[in-house]
Structures are given as structure tokens and as C-alpha cells.
Design a protein. Structure first.
Length: 575
DNA sequence: GCCGTTTTCGGCCCGACTGTTTTCAGTCG
């Protein structure tokens, strides 16, 4: 049974965790973690690459040994090393590493001294006072473990980006108002615009002394202080969200912002590059020996090691450093590049506002056109349209456009892709539209081959334009359905179709790496709000964030075209 | 375990904070 990339990555991470607890060479452990990340981000399934005769040890950080293990895991689901480790260490012990404050060394001691194998057992041991009796642990450690395991037994607590934005915005406004604070900014995964955020990383630059750290840990929303030093503090808010604050002098601001923005992998790559040039990077600056190189900005830091400035969304060590070195970084798409939105609903199906209100709202945001795309009839819960209702809406849109110079509503539909890949409305009505947006709304669980065939067949429809929310996932609620994205992209290119990047914060579908694949395959991506009310045009910036993480430039995005340029492109798919 | 425009062996990013082992290892980001 061939394993998927995510399974292979998970197995490699399991090996790293268990080797860590065994006390293996840290660099060997890092090699496994790097390999897990590399495999997890590959555009193609490993089994497919192997079948095509690809050399896995051509991948960065993967040599002959790891290539062989990846092959073994891909073919069998496991490997001899993982099997051995799982025999030597109890199952589930790696989950103890997730407890904050516990690393491999302390997990090993806890296991040897107390025999604990699970978070539950550790929690009981701490409650019975057995942890503080161990050499190296005291009452404070025991209490920390008790608290942390109690929290760990609750839910995973990554929060969506938009919510993190709100919390961070309020905290930063408070920090910026404190004496001595020159700048207060967000860093970490929030600034890199990841889909979800585990904790908030905030940075302030100071002129002289400031009470900022003390005031921060004394904030009224703070429920617990995890760490409190002179330049750094970590707290847990009443909401359960962890916030880390770092304070640096103004001359270190740029270096600190790079360091605190991450990602960790990006930082490691930068520091290695600096090392090769006889320099040292830390959060205080770039140093040659004991001399600090001039520059207090991020640009200056990158320049010092021979790189162009790298946008935060790209800082994942996915090739951005090489691109910066060669001067071929993408010029990332921005919100102002969008000329229209090709997927919105009105009160005719499950939207809240009228066609007219949606048009006014879109125009107020500087858009030039809008496609109204109601659900189709099989989606009864959304009051989907049948051919007769869609025909009446087509007439209504024609009348609206006659009375609305300077703004155009395009005639579309979000037609259901049925389980067999046929569309939910007949060609006789689809051919009257400007575009046909197709989407899957049920049977997300089909096996990969069947799901892929379903999408390919839908795209064979002569009127198909755009595949909406291709993965069908809802972040934190429903996983993406399983299909062969590469085949779908190649079909789209062959047919002249497009894929949507749905900007709803719960969807953000395509993913960042899927956007990169679309770009590599030459398929334009369309960033749509999928708005169900005038307020939901606010989703577009989230789509832009995701597109930027996917390296997309203006020319890679369909709806950056002016209406004049878009019309012939759409007409090409409607023949 | 990987890697090489000094290297095929000896390196592999760097510093803050904490608790506890009274001088620092472990953890974290």
C-alpha cells in the first residue's frame, strides 16, 4: 500500500522524535526533520516520482540513506529503523515532547524514573507529587508539568489568522503607546501570513529604557506569565493564546525583526549563508568579528549577506534565498492588482444582499467587474437555481448592466460537480453565461482515483471555466479531498481553464504550495471572495496573503486582468 | 545524516530564560 507524502513526512518526524528521546546525534535528528519538511512540501506524490525513476537524493538535504528510507516508507508504510525505535520505546512517548517545557532529555528521564508513557500518566504522576522527587526536577517544574499536561489534554489551539490579526492589533496599539517604544510590530507566522497561528510574536524597538516588558506581563488580559526577563517575556492570555514579546534597541530593529519573523528554517539558512561569508547574524545585527555592520533595517541585513530583500510571506526556506541571490524573486501580487471578483452570491441563492448591493460594494472597493455565481439546483440547502431561475437572473443582469456604466456584472453560476463528474445544469443554459464556476459540494470522501476522474470529467465540459475551492477543505473542520492536483492542473492548461484561490478564511483553498504548482504548470489562479454578503469582500486580502505565500505575481492571477482583457479569455472557454 | 569554489572529515545557527545540579543544562523560539 503506497504511502502519501504526508504519511511519509509523519514517519520521518516520528523517527526524529524517537531518536531525540534516545539521545542520538542532534544533527542526524535534524536531517530527519528537514527531510520530513521537504517531503511534506513536494508538489508530487513520492510514489509517482519513484515510478518515474526520479532520484530522491537529488532533493536538498536528502542523501543516499534518507532516499532509501523514504523509498522504503513509500512502499511499505514504515521502515526498519522506525520499527526498531518503536520496539525500544513505548508507543506514544513522543507525544510527551509536545508538553511545553519538556524536551527529549527530560522526557527520557521521566520515562526511566517513573515509567510514564503518555500525557495522562505524566499528569497523574505530577498530581501525586512523584515528579518533584526526581533529580533535576523541583516543585516549580512539577507544577508547570501539571498545568501544561492539563492544557495539553484539551484541544489543539492554533487560531485562524484573522483572529490573530485582531488580538495582535489591539496589543500592538497598547505597546506603541508606552514610553520609550519607537515601533511595535508583529512578527512570526502572523507576519508570514500563515493560515493559522499558534502563538503571537510581537517586537518593539526602544529608545533608552522603557517599562514595556513589565507593563506587558501586567496587562489585564494576561492570565499567566511563562517567562519574564529584561528583553523578553511570554504570557498566556485569558483566551488561551500565548504571546511572546521581545524588546530590542533601535539599532537592532531590522535584525530582530528578521530573526523574530522566521521561519526557523529561513533563519538557519540565512545564518549559514552569513557564516560562509565570515559573518555572524544574531537578533542584534550582522557582525564581522566583534564589529557590527551598519544598518538597522531588514533590507540592510539581507544586503549584508548579498541578498535582495525577501518578503515575509516567502520566508519558508522553499527556494527564496537562492532566488534572492540570483535576483529572480517574484514581485508578489497585491490587493490593488485585483480588477474584479469572479465568485459571489446574492439573495437569489444563499447570499444575504441583492445583486445591486453587491455591485455597489464591489465598485466601492475599486473593482471593475463582478461575476454573480449562484449555487445550482442540487444544492437545495443553498436554494440553488434551476435553468428557469438562472435564465431570469441572466435577464436581470443584462438590464442592470445597461443602467450601470463603468461597472459590469458578469453572468455566471457555481454549478455543482456531481459525483460522476457531470454538471448539475444543462449546456443549453450554461452556454448563455459569461463563465461557469464548477465546485464539489458533496462526496468529498471519494477515493483519489475516483475524485480525480470526477474533476477531469467536469473540466471536459465545453463550458467549464473555473474550478472553485478545489480541495473542498474547511480549516480545522474538514480535510481536503484527495485528488491528483498535477493531473487536474495539466487538464486545466490543456482546456484553458483556471483554478480558484477561494479567499474565505475558513477555506484558503488553494493552499500556498498548490499555488506554486499552478504557477509552475502555467495555470492562472483566480482569487475570489466567494462573498455571501457585501461585508465579505473583506475576505479578498486573505486570498492575497495566501497567493503571496504561493509566490504568485500579478500576471499569475486571472482577475488582475481588466474587463477588456478578461472577456476574450473567458470567451475562449465558452466555445 | 548531509555536505564541500578552503573541506570526502569535521563541521552543522544563535541567544534568552528558567530552575536547580551552586555553575549550567535543558528548552524554546
Amino acid at each position: 500500500m503506497p504511502a502519501h507524502n504526508a504519511d511519509i513526512a509523519a514517519a520521518l518526524n516520528d523517527i526524529a522524535d524517537l531518536l531525540d528521546i534516545e539521545g542520538a546525534n542532534p544533527f542526524r535528528i535534524r536531517a530527519y526533520r528537514n527531510a520530513a519538511r521537504t517531503v511534506g512540501e513536494l508538489g508530487q506524490p513520492v510514489p509517482v516520482m519513484l515510478a518515474q525513476g526520479a532520484d530522491l537524493d537529488d532533493l536538498p538535504g536528502i542523501g543516499p540513506d534518507l532516499a532509501a528510507k523514504i523509498r522504503e516508507i513509500a512502499e511499505t508504510g514504515s521502515c526498519a529503523l522506525l520499527g526498531r525505535l518503536r520496539q525500544e520505546l513505548p508507543p506514544g512517548i513522543a507525544e510527551l515532547l509536545k508538553v511545553p517545557g519538556l524536551g527529549p532529555k527530560r522526557v527520557r528521564v521521566l520515562h526511566h524514573e517513573l515509567g510514564v508513557q503518555t500525557i495522562e500518566q505524566l499528569h497523574h504522576a505530577a498530581r501525586e507529587g512523584r515528579v518533584q522527587a526526581i533529580h533535576g526536577f523541583g516543585p516549580t517544574s512539577q507544577q508547570a508539568i501539571l498545568d501544561a499536561t492539563a492544557a495539553q489534554l484539551q484541544e489543539e489551539r492554533r487560531i485562524p489568522l484573522w483572529r490573530a490579526d485582531q488580538t495582535a492589533g489591539a496589543l500592538l496599539a497598547d505597546l506603541a503607546a508606552l514610553p520609550g517604544v519607537e515601533r511595535a510590530v508583529a512578527a512570526g507566522s502572523l507576519r508570514r501570513r500563515r493560515e493559522t497561528v499558534g502563538d503571537l510574536d510581537l517586537l518593539v524597538s526602544l529608545s533608552g529604557s522603557s517599562p514595556v516588558i513589565d507593563r506587558f506581563v501586567g496587562g489585564e488580559d494576561v492570565s499567566r506569565v511563562l517567562a519574564h526577563g529584561s528583553t523578553r517575556a511570554s504570557v498566556v492570555l485569558k483566551s488561551g493564546l500565548q504571546v511572546d514579546l521581545r524588546a530590542v534597541p533601535a539599532e537592532s530593529f531590522g535584525a530582530a525583526w528578521v530573526y523574530f519573523t522566521g521561519s526557523k528554517a529561513h533563519n538557519i539558512a540565512l545564518r549559514r549563508l552569513a557564516q560562509e561569508r565570515g559573518l555572524k547574524i544574531n537578533e542584534y545585527g550582522v557582525f564581522r568579528g566583534r564589529d557590527r555592520l551598519p544598518g538597522a533595517t531588514e533590507e540592510a541585513l539581507y544586503q549584508a549577506i548579498g541578498l535582495r530583500y525577501i518578503e515575509p510571506e516567502l520566508r519558508e526556506d522553499r527556494g527564496e534565498i537562492e532566488a534572492a541571490r540570483q535576483g529572480r524573486l517574484p514581485v508578489l501580487v497585491v490587493l490593488g492588482d485585483l480588477r474584479g471578483d469572479l465568485h459571489v452570491h446574492t439573495s437569489e441563492s444563499d447570499g444575504q444582499d441583492s445583486l445591486e448591493a453587491m455591485a455597489v460594494a464591489a465598485r466601492a472597493r475599486g473593482l471593475q467587474y463582478l461575476a454573480v455565481t449562484e449555487h445550482s439546483r442540487s444544492l437545495g440547502v443553498a436554494h440553488g437555481v434551476d435553468p428557469a431561475r438562472l435564465a431570469r437572473q441572466i435577464d436581470r443582469i443584462d438590464r442592470f448592466n445597461e443602467q450601470s456604466p463603468g461597472f459590469t456584472v458578469l453572468k455566471g453560476v457555481e454549478v455543482d460537480i456531481l459525483e460522476d463528474g457531470t454538471l448539475d445544469l444543462p449546456d443549453t443554459i450554461l452556454q448563455r453565461l459569461d463563465l461557469v464556476v464548477g465546485a464539489v459540494h458533496h462526496r468529498f470522501d471519494l477515493p483519489r482515483a475516483q475524485q480525480t476522474a470526477r474533476l477531469l470529467r467536469a473540466m471536459d465540459s465545453r463550458y467549464f471555466t473555473l474550478l472553485a475551492h478545489p480541495g473542498g477543505r474547511l480549516i480545522g473542520e474538514r480535510p481536503a479531498c484527495d485528488f491528483d492536483l498535477l493531473r487536474v492542473l495539466r487538464k486545466a492548461r490543456e482546456r484553458g481553464c483556471f483554478l480558484e484561490l477561494n479567499a474565505q478564511p475558513a477555506r484558503l483553498d488553494l493552499t500556498d504550495t498548490a499555488c506554486q504548482m499552478a504557477k509552475a504548470e502555467g495555470v492562472l489562479v483566480c482569487i475570489n471572495s466567494d462573498a455571501h454578503s457585501t461585508l465579505e469582500f473583506n475576505h479578498l486580502p486573505s486570498g492575497i496573503d495566501q497567493a503571496r505565500r504561493g509566490w504568485l505575481e500579478k500576471a499569475d492571477v486571472l482577475n488582475t486582468l481588466t474587463l477588456e482583457d478578461l472577456r476574450p479569455v473567458l470567451a475562449g472557454t465558452m466555445q
